[in-house]
Design a binder for this molecule. Structure first.
Ligand code: 4AD
Length: 575
């Protein structure tokens, strides 16, 4: 049989097509029952659309369309109307153009990828050597950059920022002591390592630190003009790149899972730097005041702040707890060492998901002998203000605080002193209701929300004092003449609320025994604490400060979780 040649110029199967494609060659489509991918244009297997039919069979065909009849069953095939054909041709041409453009783009992409691959392969043969005539480089930390200008140095660090121009790369290095811009030029940018350098890679840079000309900016107003560099540990790019693991807008749980990477960022690391400065300023302040640092145990068999928040564990077959507060131990130190303080982790099995509760927090506690309640309040004020003055004296720390908490002003002394009874009156006068939506009454524990509202309205630090006995811990001294109340204090800060809790302690043996009884506590395990009253009692008091809460106030963080290295809260004990 003689083979008939297809007459259609646009038939995609033209070379093998045995149909004589003219516009009398019928191709069937049916929007209801057809399919553009699996149809073949026959009556039995129609395409779904006119343009689908044209894309498969060319535009030079007679399109046969079928619509559903009135009863919903498929009707008869009829030639597509002239306007339908015109519309389909237009769509067909557009689709053809798009296809062609995609094919061209694909080819260009392939060409580019191949060129890039060739460039990378060639780069593997570029080997850097330290310049033969260069003087030996002195290893420095970035913080020593300014005094090390104009001599050859070696700096090690992590790639914090990266910008490439033709034949030039700007790498901002980070080593924990600062940031340094390194400029790589010419051959230094031609190596495989340079072409594939990624953020967070660790590198060594060699060269001379030069002051920047007017109008250019970089950290410390200088840059390392490198003559040699080495990549020590390449960080992944692509899918695994750090920017794909975390970003400013990542979900909080992703940021928590990747806390180890978050810490490398400028904000998280600035908070930790301020934290370190705060801790050392507190230590200086205590040292200046003759208060001695001690280190009480974390594993204990007594409670301080109520059984509800104790973490219990098995201690060689006996029940024991992670400490809630080192206060009781500090009290026992007074006759031995005089005034003492400690910086210790405290643990609270708090089921609260608030932004100021952690399950483990750093507790700075102090205990002072032979003081009055008024002395204690003044001491708290002095410790906070003295610490703030000290950190602000350090230019670098002051800049970090300004970066985190722009416009921060040290608190004014004296702090406002507000009795619990006056606070209840304030809340009611200002229509701040309790947790049940009712006005506050004497005896109520002031809940976090109400406390925060009052503190934010007053907008100054408040020494809120003299709480009712029933809502405070068993060891607190009663107010002489008003025994239902205690010589107790919370320091409230705007934006955070309570950051310090303290009190005068009971001095009498009998009243302490009565307090254990009232609280349902077995006095036996507390024999060493009770002895304190037996062997030379004295008026004494102290306080505990939540370091993360203080930092949340000082650095204006939304939550204490941002102020801990690896925060622990309900359900979160990792990384
Ligand atoms: O008010 P608290 O429970 O007082 C005591 O533990 C006393 N024994 C301290 C003492 O007098 N030596 O806790 C003191 C401070 C609070 O003001 C708060 O700043 C912090 O510890 N704190 C917490 N911080 C974060 N997460 C928690 N779950 C905290 N619980 C208390």
């Amino acid at each position: 049989m003689q083979r008939r040649r297809c007459a259609s110029a646009t038939c995609p199967r033209r070379k093998v097509c045995e149909m004589k494609h003219t516009n009398t060659y019928k191709v069937f489509f049916d929007e209801a029952t057809g399919h553009d991918e699996t149809g073949d244009g026959s009556e039995a297997r129609p395409y779904a659309t006119a343009v689908g039919a044209m894309l498969a069979r060319g535009s030079d065909v007679m399109l046969m369309a079928r619509k559903a009849g009135e009863d919903g069953a498929p009707g008869e095939y009829e030639p597509l109307s002239a306007s339908g054909v015109k519309k389909a041709k237009k769509l067909f041409e557009m689709a053809q153009k798009k296809k062609q453009k995609a094919a061209e783009q694909g080819a260009a992409d392939q060409e580019r990828a191949a060129a890039e691959q060739r460039r990378l392969e060639e780069a593997k043969s570029v080997v850097l050597e330290p310049p033969a005539d260069a003087p030996e480089a002195k290893r420095i930390k970035i913080r020593d950059g300014v005094q090390s200008r104009d001599t050859r140095v070696k700096v090690c660090g992590w790639v914090h920022r990266l910008r490439s121009q033709k034949d030039r790369m700007f790498v901002v290095l980070r080593d924990g002591t600062g940031y340094l811009q390194c400029v790589l030029q010419g051959k230094l940018t031609h190596t495989y390592e340079a072409l594939t350098l990624t953020l967070e890679s660790s590198i060594e840079g060699y060269g001379v630190i030069q002051a920047l000309p007017e109008g250019k900016t970089a950290p410390d107003n200088h840059e390392l003009v490198a003559d040699y560099w080495v990549c020590i540990g390449k960080a992944p790019g692509g899918e695994e790149a750090i920017t794909n693991r975390i970003s400013e807008n990542s979900d909080p749980s992703i940021l928590a899972d990747n806390r180890h990477l978050v810490l490398r960022g400028e904000t998280a690391s600035a908070v930790l730097r301020v934290r370190a400065a705060v801790m050392s300023a507190f230590r200086e302040e205590f040292e200046a005041g003759g208060v001695l640092e001690v280190t009480p145990p974390c594993m204990v068999q007594t409670q301080v702040e109520g059984g509800a928040t104790l973490f219990q564990f098995d201690y060689y077959g006996q029940p024991a707890f992670l400490t809630q507060s080192s206060q009781l131990y500090l009290e026992t130190c007074l006759p031995a060492l005089g005034d003492v303080y400690c910086v210790q982790e405290s643990f609270r099995a708090e089921k609260s998901h608030t932004r100021r509760h952690l399950s483990e927090y750093t507790h700075l506690e102090a205990e002072l002998a032979f003081v009055t309640f008024d002395d204690l309040l003044s001491h708290i004020e002095q410790d906070i203000c003295g610490m703030v003055d000290r950190v602000l004296q350090n230019d670098k720390v002051r800049q970090l605080i300004e970066q985190l908490n722009p416009g921060f002003q040290p608190p004014k002394r004296p702090f406002m002193r507000l009795s619990y009874k006056d606070a209840i009156a304030y809340l009611n006068e200002h229509n701040i209701l309790n947790e049940h939506g009712e006005p506050h009454k004497i005896g109520d524990d002031i809940a976090e929300a109400a406390e925060r509202k009052m503190t934010d309205q007053l907008a100054v630090p408040i020494l809120l004092h003299s709480f009712p006995r029933e809502i405070k811990a068993f060891y607190m001294k009663r107010v002489p003449g008003d025994e239902a109340f205690t010589e107790s204090v919370d320091l409230l800060m705007p934006g955070v609320g309570e950051i310090v809790g303290g009190s005068m302690r009971m001095t009498g043996n009998e009243e302490l025994l009565e307090a254990y009884k009232h609280e349902g506590i077995d006095p036996q395990p507390y024999y060493w604490y009770t002895d304190q009253r037996k062997y030379g009692t004295c008026e004494h008091g102290g306080y505990g400060l939540g370091v993360e809460r203080l930092l949340a106030w000082l650095t204006n963080r939304w939550t204490v979780r941002e102020c801990s290295l690896y925060p622990r809260w309900t359900g979160r004990c990792t990384p």
